[in-house]
Design a protein around this ligand. Sequence first.
Ligand code: PLP
Length: 426
Amino acid sequence: MNSHNSDLLFARAARCTPGGVNSPVRAWKAVGAAPRFIASAYGAYVQDEDGNRFIDYVGAFGPAVLGHADPRVVRAVADQAASGFSYGAPTRLEVELAETICDAIPIAQKVRLQTSGTEAGMTALRIARAATGRSMIVKFDGCYHGHSDALLVRAGSGALTLGVPDSPGVPPQLAQLTLVARYNDLAAVEQCFARHAGEIAAVIVEPVAANMGVVKPDPAFLPQLGALAHRHGALLICDEVITGFRLRFGAAYELYGAQPDLIMLGKIIGGGNPIGAVAGRAELMDLLAPAGPVYQAGTLSGSPLSVRAGIQTLKQLAAGGVYERLEEAGAYLEAGLWSAIRQNGIPGCVNRAGSLLTLFFGPGEVRNADQAMSADREHFARFFNAMLERGIYLPPSQFEALFISAAHSDADLRQTVDAAVQALAG
Ligand SMILES: *Cc1c(COP(=O)(O)O)cnc(C)c1O
């Protein structure tokens, strides 16, 4: 398969951009290959600069739930563009999107639109700290909430450690305010509260973890997590940047019995354009300026282009049948991948929630980051490249979810499973 043009572009990119990319995972370092430069995308497919077409399971890392360049979303964005991109003033569109979100999500009494999920995480923490007068937070090993200082922290090994920054440039004094617990491990969270009584402002969690590969919450985990946080006077923040409007029309926390005070949204609600949002109980949200003293702002917050794309995407998701289709497609792929690894005697497991899915090579079950990290990354890298050769474009890391869209046809899914059976037979 020819990658001549992609390779030339990557060489040019490396001269003018750090690592040749504008977000690290795009560089394909984890799979030992040079990235394909994408020229266009339509429906379930992406096409690279050499004219190769792939069935796409990256889905822009989450937003493309309807598939790429859905005609009605394209029309909405084009129509909006002709009326101006952004005004620095409120619009009817922002009201419509906020009302749609508030109607779909019970805890979202109010919502503030922003430009990225990272911002939503920063703002949710700021509200929680202002509301409680406390500084510390608890996050889970393997959960990603954007790249802000406070949240760019994971545990090394062990169930419970004081935060150590994941990145140079994050002051240790800041990272020490972040405690890290093991996902699906309530005892670890209890220990945090026992050691830091009266100091923890919030616990932040992905209701379905999708940034260490897909890891589902145990049935008791989220209900008890909220109860535990609230008993200690802390807030629960559910990061629904991936799960919001992907697993159902609304938030995933309701599926799992969580009781958040604040949630974060992003990705799907922008229909493929830059967006983020924080939403929650009115008295918390009204701490934000100009209603309250907690400052937060953005030149392109609630950008008309993003908001039009989001409104149109949510309209189509609400129309019915989409989530049933996503579940059916997910179940088919899950069954096909399970049978492909079993047929070939390959140890591993397939974790799935709706249209989010990960095939882990190695571990028989994955319920937390330690088990995820035990996966065989080299086996994944071989699988990734063998799938690419067969026209299937997977997320380029063992620890990223596959994103299935409503545009993936039965034939696409069948072709994907056939390719996996061949790729794993090697
Ligand atoms: C993508 C993501 C974010 C960050 O969103 P950006 O728009 O990339 O800043 C936050 N939380 C989760 C769960 C995500 O997957």
